[in-house]
Write a new protein. Structure first.
Length: 106
């Protein structure tokens, strides 16, 4: 099957209809900052630690980590994830980190 056409292209970066980057390799830290602003998240060192853990896990597994996996790879509790990313943390983390939507994410 042919790859899906991007729903939007912003500054040369393609996004799917649900707001996730089409190519995770196109992500940059400054793009992550811009995506966080769109999601209403002000990034701190704690946020970056989770985002970097999610990207590292994706690079190793080629799958976006779900909440349970994020708690393991980032070494934070589920409660902490919801504190850092209050609105749908799994999906929000994937969007800001430039990753596909996690499997099982509504």
């Amino acid at each position: 099957a042919a790859p899906a056409k991007p729903a939007a292209v912003i500054d040369g970066v393609a996004f799917s209809a649900d707001g996730h980057m089409v190519d995770a390799a196109a992500w940059t830290r400054s793009l992550g900052e811009a995506l966080a602003t769109v999601e209403g998240v002000t990034l701190t060192d704690a946020h970056w630690a989770v985002l970097e853990a999610a990207r590292k896990d994706f690079a190793e597994t080629q799958a976006s980590p779900n909440i349970r996996r994020l708690t393991n790879v980032a070494g934070v509790s589920t409660k902490d994830l919801y504190t850092l990313f209050p609105k749908a943390p799994g999906r929000t983390i994937a969007k800001i980190a430039g990753l596909p939507r996690p499997v099982g994410c509504l």
